[in-house]
Every structure is written in C-alpha cells, then in structure tokens.
Design a protein around this ligand. Structure first.
Ligand code: ADP
Ligand code: ASP
Ligand code: MG
Length: 412
C-alpha cells in the first residue's frame, strides 16, 4: 500500500481534544488506503519547559542528558496518538526513535539522521498495522545514547521518514495554513503562497522562519520528497496548504519572495584584539570547538595593530561563546580587552531567487530601514538573501516596512 507521512506539530497535539482531531485526519487517509507514518511533536510548550529545567539545573549542561530530558515530550504524544487511533479501531502502535531505530550522529542537541531502516515498521505494516506513530525530534547515536535533532526537529524526522519509506507525500500539519510571505503573526498583510521553491524555503527557514526546520527542507530537496505545509485546524483537502517544490515548477515569482526574522541572535564584540595573521583562526577555531554556530562576522578597521572583531551567534550560545573566549585568553591563544554581548538585536532578512538576476534589492532594503529610522548594525548577503542585524525593538516594524516596500501582499 502507498505510504503517507503526516506530521503534527506542538499546537496540533496540545491537548487530548487536539490529538483526537489529528487522529481523525489520520483516519481519513487510512480510509483512502494509505499506510500512514505519523510523526508527532511534544505538546506545545512542553519542550520549552524541559529545556528550562535543564538550564536551571546545569547552565553548561552535559548535552547527552539534555537530549535524554528534552526528547521525552514526544514520547508522551506518540503513545497518546497511538491509543487514540486504537480507540477509533485503527490498528496503530507507537515507536520511540531508538526503537525504529532512527540512527543519528553523536552531535547531541543537533544530531543528524544517518539512516532509518524500514524493516521493523514495514514488518508491522505487513501484519496489518495501518499507522506507525513515531516520536519526532529524537534518535539514537552510535554509542546508544538518545539524541535530538535541534529545535523544530520533528519536521526533519518527518521528511527523513518520507524519504526512507518512499512516501507519496510528506504533510506537515501546523497552526498556520501554509507558508506565507512573512510570519502572519507579524503582519496581517502576509500572503499565503501556493508554492515555494526549495532554495527559498531553505533560506527562509535558516534565517528564522520556523514553520519548517532548515534540515527538513535540505532533505526534501535532496531526496525529492513532496513536501506540503498545511493547517491542522482547517478542512482537509488535496490542494490545501503550500507545496515546497523545485524552482522550475513555479511560473511567476516576485524578486523578493519572503521576509524572515530571528530574535534568537546575539551580537558579540571582542574589543581590541591583536590584528595579526591567524587571529581569525585563533578566535573562530575555539568557538567552533565549543559548538558555537557563528553566523555573521565583521572585523573592524585596525588601529595601532589592534582591532575589534564582531560576530553573531544564537542567544542560547552566548554563555558557551564567552567561556570559549575566556579560556582562549587564559591559555594565551588570544588577547582582548573586553567581550561585549548584545542580546537585544534581531536579524531581518529578505529572500528571493529573483535577486540572482535583479540588482537594487539591497539598496531598497537599506533605504526602507533608514526611512523608518532603524539603524543597521551588521549586514550579510548571499546570492538570494540579504540579512541585517537591528535593535530588537524595531524587529516588527522592520518586517512590516520591508513587506510593504517589496509589495509582497500582491501576487507576482
Ligand atoms: P509546529 O509546532 O507545528 O511545528 P511552529 O511553531 O514550529 O509549528 O511553526 C509554525 C509557526 O511558524 C507559525 O505559527 C508562524 O508563526 C511561524 N512562521 C514564521 N514564518 C512563517 C512563514 N513565512 N509562513 C508561515 N508561518 C511562519
Ligand atoms: N518538540 C521539539 C521542539 O519544540 C521538536 C518539534 O516540535 O519539532 O523543538
Ligand atoms: Mg516546528
């Protein structure tokens, strides 16, 4: 029988009623003849609560224990979903990551899926089971320890299962009815897209649009998974939501197709480091070894052989970054006068494959922000995106102003 993957995010399984509603949707697909693999997230808020407990107990926690703890929210919803389906007389059972097993790397809290053997679940389908409910977000390392795939990782679990089981489609059920030109919570002018290219979705996701985890889009692109984002609250239909697809399948598109933002960015400045060959390696080597994901970097003009080095990283890695820099200073690898962490910033990005062939997007972006009196602190560009770091208090204003300036409320 054809396989369908259906993923339900946190708000879609937030309580027993919602789990029932989600289970009914699964029932509809089972009735159509699909064997279904359901991937569930933890109930909304649960993972945050677990992360909070970890941080309160141990600020520089052992990542293996972090994973053991934060993966547990999904175990509950997987079991509840299986029970709900059984109550509806749909043959179903739950699977935790290690039971499948979802084999991952040992990079705790940011593990990558390496392999998903399909034999165990397929054997159960062959025996008449119709739904395999799998706990999203989690896997098992070669050392036999529980791993997690990074925040939002259930999306990646879903796409990886769709690839491993050759599923007809991977449906991501969430609390919005598709992918929009920007987060619909920031402006009601945001417009739902019927289709979005993998490349654009990849950039939007990596720049903060958390509707899909970045890695899930990467996998869908690589394995040609038909990926759809749709609402678990609205009527079910075959054409609902947004299809994430190859660029060639999109006829018309705006130069800028979306605006993303991330409030989880911090700006760190090393004040007065020696400007000598090898200094960048001496700074960013230890940061990378400490697991800090550095995003933007600027090295300021040197004076008297010393310079300031500014970089951005996720806010929850500031402590790690500070420790790595202090350790490098203590060991004599680098020398600096001060390390300033500014956590009151946000990153705003404009994304669009049209930027490859059209110039002027950066100029328009900078002018729009300047007209609003918003100061730009750091700039980064690539082929199809421009990102700026601004004061966090201007985040919403910046998104709305750019959405207006690029006329994203209008279809191409
Ligand atoms: P889930 O719990 O279902 O995984 P998430 O909260 O991770 O849901 O992702 C859905 C949220 O993503 C939406 O509620 C919306 O606020 C946010 N979002 C950000 N950017 C976009 C966008 N461009 N289109 C749609 N939703 C977006
Ligand atoms: N529950 C995890 C999180 O909140 C994974 C997910 O929901 O995708 O990050
Ligand atoms: Mg999510």
């Amino acid at each position: 029988m054809p396989v369908l993957v259906m993923k339900f995010g946190g708000t879609s399984v937030a309580n027993l009623d919602r789990i029932k509603r989600a289970a009914k949707r699964v029932g509809v697909e089972v009735a159509k003849g699909y064997d279904v693999i359901v991937i569930v997230s933890a109930m909304s808020g649960k993972t945050n609560e677990l992360v909070g407990w970890v941080n309160e107990t141990s600020p520089l926690y052992d990542a293996r224990e972090y994973d053991a703890i934060v993966s547990s929210g999904e175990n509950v919803t997987a079991g509840l979903m299986a029970l709900t389906l059984q109550e509806m007389d749909v043959p179903a059972r739950s699977w935790q990551g290690w039971q499948v097993p979802v084999m991952t790397t040992s990079a705790h809290s940011a593990a990558r899926i390496e392999e998903i053997p399909s034999d165990n679940i397929n054997a159960k389908f062959a025996e008449g089971m119709r739904v395999a409910v799998v706990a999203g977000f989690q896997g098992v390392s070669p050392e036999g320890r529980i791993t997690t795939l990074g925040r939002g990782g259930s999306d990646t679990t879903a796409v990886a299962f769709a690839a491993a089981f050759n599923a007809e489609r991977c449906d991501i059920y969430t609390d919005v009815d598709g992918v929009y030109t920007t987060d619909p919570r920031i402006t009601d002018k945001a417009r739902k897209l019927d289709k979005i290219a993998f490349e654009e979705m990849l950039e939007l996701a990596s720049l903060g649009a958390k509707v899909l985890q970045t890695r899930s889009v990467e996998l869908a692109m690589r394995y040609k998974v038909k990926l759809r984002v749709l609402s678990s609250f609205e009527e079910q239909s075959d054409t609902a939501g947004t299809m994430v697809c190859a660029e060639e399948e999109i006829m018309e598109s705006n130069v800028v197709s979306g605006i993303a933002y991330s409030r989880d960015e911090a700006k760190m400045t090393l004040v007065s480091v020696a400007d000598r060959p090898g200094i960048a390696a001496a700074i960013f080597g230890p940061l990378s070894d400490a697991g800090v994901n550095v995003d933007m970097i600027i090295q300021n003009i040197a004076e008297d052989g010393r310079t300031d080095m500014t970089f951005s990283c996720p806010t929850d890695q500031v402590k790690r970054a500070e420790k790595a820099m202090q350790d490098a200073k203590t060991s004599g690898e680098i020398n600096f006068h001060d390390l300033i962490a500014d956590t009151n910033v946000a990153k705003i990005s404009a994304v669009g494959i049209g930027m490859r062939s059209q110039s002027g997007v950066a100029a328009k972006m900078f002018k729009t922000l300047s007209d609003e009196g918003i100061n730009i602190k750091v700039i980064a560009t690539s082929e199809i995106k421009i990102s700026v770091l601004v004061d966090r208090k201007y985040m919403e204003l910046a998104v709305q102003a750019l959405h207006d300036a690029f006329e994203l409320e209008k279809p191409a």
